[in-house]
Design a protein around this ligand. Sequence first.
Ligand SMILES: Cc1cc2nc3c(=O)[nH]c(=O)nc-3n(C[C@H](O)[C@H](O)[C@H](O)COP(=O)(O)OP(=O)(O)OC[C@H]3O[C@@H](n4cnc5c(N)ncnc54)[C@H](O)[C@@H]3O)c2cc1C
Length: 382
Amino acid sequence: MTISQSRQRIAIIGGGIFGVSSAVHLARLGAHVTLVTEGAFSSEASGRSLAWLNSARFRSAEYHRLRVIGIDRYRTLASRNEGASWLRFEGGLTWDADDPANQIAEAFAHERSIGYDCLLLEPGDVAKVTPGINATAISPQGAIFNPGEGWVDLPSLIDILVRELRALGGQVITQAGKATVDIKGGRATGVSCANGMSIESDAVLVATGAAVPAMAKQAGHVIADGTPVGLLVKSKPFKYAVRAVLNTPNVALRPTPDGAIVCDSAWSEEELNRSSDGTYEVKQDTLRRLLSEASNVLEGNPTLELESYHCGPKPVPGDGESVIGALDGIPGYFVAFSHSGATLGLITGELIAREIANGEMSPLLERFRPARFAQATEALAS
Ligand SMILES: Cc1cc2nc3c(=O)[nH]c(=O)nc-3n(C[C@H](O)[C@H](O)[C@H](O)COP(=O)(O)OP(=O)(O)OC[C@H]3O[C@@H](n4cnc5c(N)ncnc54)[C@H](O)[C@@H]3O)c2cc1C
C-alpha cells in the first residue's frame, strides 16, 4: 500500500514509543516524515516503563483484541531478531494477596474462556514451568502463568526504530523544546517549536504521552485524563534465574538486557510527593522497601542494590482505554494516548499511520476514537 497523490508531509510530536513507531510506519508508507521531540528520545514514560507485553485479566473485548494483536506484532519482531536481549517472550506469572479480594480463580476462568493462554499453578508447581521464583511468597490460591507474554526494553526498540526512520529519509529533531500544533483555517498545518523552528505539514500526530490531554484542550477538545505518577526502580546487575515478568501483590518486576531487574508497584507510586518545582520526591525508604519486595519474590532472596530510579507521569486516559485517531472538526489533527503503550506500541503506529496516510480507518480502533469525549468537548465550548 502506498501513500496517495504527491508525497504527504506529516509532522509527529513526541519521542516515545507512539511517536517513533508511528513515524517509522508512515515513512514505510512513503510519507515525508518529520519527528520532533522536546528533549532526547525515551525521556518520558517510554524510558521508565515496566513494558510487560500482556493482555492479562479483565478488560473490554475490543481492548483485549487490540492488545493481543499488539503482542503478535512483537512476536514477529522477535522472530526477526532472534536472541535479542531487549525483547523476550518467556511468559508472565501473576498472583494475588491471600485475602478476600484474591481474584486468581476468576481471572483464570476468564482468561480460559477467551482463549488467552494460561495455566493455574499451585505454588509448589511454579518451578516446573518457570525458574527463579520464591514459591513460599506465592499465596495458597496459586498463580497464573501466561506463556505467551513477554517484555520489551523500549529505549532499545526506539533506538532501532529511529535508525530505520533516518534510513528511510525521515527528519528527526530532538531537543526542540515544547512544540505546539499550528491550526490555520480550522485545520492542522504544522508544528511550532519552542526553539523557534516551524514545520509545515499536511497532518500532525500528537504523541506526547501525558501531555496529550492538555494539548488537545488547547485545540478545544476534551480527552479524559487519569494520569498518575509512576516510579520505576532498577537494581544493579546480579545473578538471578527469573525469566518471566512477575506481577505480584507488592511488586511487579522483569529482567533487563544488562542482567538487572526493574520493578514498580501501586503502593510505592502513592508514596511519591510532587515538589513545587515540578520534580518528584522519592523517599529512600520507598526505594529500599520496593527492592526488598522484589527480593522476597525471587528464589534465594538475593540482596538487591539500587542502581537508579525514574519517576514522572504515567499516561493513563480517564476511562482507562486508549485514545487513538483524529480530532473531529480539525482536519489533519491526530492523537495517540494510552496506558498500555508498550504492548500497543507497534500496532498503534501501524494503524494510525495507515489512517493518516491513506484515510484507512481500522475497525480495530473504532472503540478508541477521541470522539467518545464529544459531550465533554461540547460542554467545554459552551
Ligand atoms: C512505571 C511504568 C510502568 C509501565 N508498565 C507498562 C506495562 O507493563 N505494559 C505496557 O504496555 N505499558 C506500560 N506502561 C505504559 C507505557 O510505558 C506508556 O504507555 C508508553 O511508554 C507511552 O508512550 P508515549 O510515546 O505515548 O509517551 P512517552 O513515552 O511519555 O513520550 C512522550 C514524548 O513526547 C515528548 N513531549 C511531550 N510534550 C511535548 C511537547 N509539547 N513538545 C515536544 N515533545 C513533547 C516527551 O518529551 C516524550 O518524548 C508503563 C509506564 C510506566 C511509567
